[in-house]
Design a protein around this ligand. Sequence first.
Ligand SMILES: [Zn+2]
Ligand SMILES: [Zn+2]
Length: 421
Amino acid sequence: MNLDSADRKFGWMEKRQQMKETLQLFIDSLKDELYSLSQDIWSQPELAGNETHAHDRLVRFFSQRDQNWTVQSHYQLPTAFRASWGPVGGWGGEGEPVLNVGFLCEYDALPDVGHACGHNLIAEVGAAAAVGLKAALENQLELPVPVKITVLGTPAEEAIGGKINLIQAGAFTDVDLVFMAHPAQQDASFLPTVTIAEVSVKYHGKASHASAYPWEGLNALDAAVLAYNNLSLLRQQLKPEWRLHGIIKHGGVKPNIIPAYSELEFYLRTPLLKDLCDLKARAEACFRAAAVATGCQVEIIYPTPTYYNILPNATLANLYESNGKALGIEFPEQPASFSGSTDFGNVSFVVPGIHPFFHIGTGALNHTEEYTEAAGAEKAQLYALRTAKALAMTAVDVVCCPDLLLQVREDFNRARLKLEE
Ligand SMILES: [Zn+2]
Ligand SMILES: [Zn+2]
């Protein structure tokens, strides 16, 4: 069912339009406060897992708005939070399942360059969309399903993967939809991201005098070199989009001592999670073969959790695009390719959601000093606020049309099923 037929069926076209206008006006009325929120986070950049100032600032933003937000600071992780509002509406009476609409705020920065990924704007957009949706919903007691809003502060995206910890802690189990948006070089409702597994490999050999008694040693550097070469040969047999790249981190201490210890660090990336398992198995075989050949012991460690690729949701993406276009957002027909990774990928495997990218008025690239400057500039506000509006308007569509919600869930199930093919 498309939007028009959903409207004909439920007679909600006008009401939905009103709700969208309400949220736009509300977000505009809050623009100074939202800019100040973003600036406060931007001017005090904090690294993954250490975002205490951003956490406190966002907790204050929601707890001081009105008493109807229930705010849990330090939720599951020291610098995560949860703010909830509702439920309101519903035709089915008491006991009817609640539709919980989630918005995510990221707020970690990068070493040396501050907010070069613009996560201060992600926090602002998530907060603006959530309070905008609330303004649209609060006088609508006749909604088809009872609706609740949940904002999750999700720290440590640039390292560690805070969202993965939050998934494991059950933070998403009662959330039905998730929305967030990420600053980039263009507007796009969906861009494919890649999975990433970081692997650390340690070889333990046996030291000996390299000239007097070389036959007594087990050369851990040889193991590392063999592993590096094995992987270089493996690369020839990989699909073009697959990546493996790495370094030798430790390779011995002195030429006349046979190295007893060596260490490699590699990143493995594939567009699809199912391929990453294959790549990991093949890389591990290379690491082990080097240990066998040299008589060394090998340890293969994955120090951080794997970031998954983002699963697409065509219904949410189409709704976001039509709402965005109504606000003047231009979506390039052929979005530029992008090979980044995000822990939102893991969220997209457990809850239907979207993670659009948005232009912030600069040609600079993420993770550069120029991008840091642009993410803090007033010019970015226009782009951030209209992105927040488009997200909240998309939520309005789904909240008002149960058939659209069904479609969103079907898209999600289809994308998950495809993984098993
Ligand atoms: Zn980022
Ligand atoms: Zn980044």
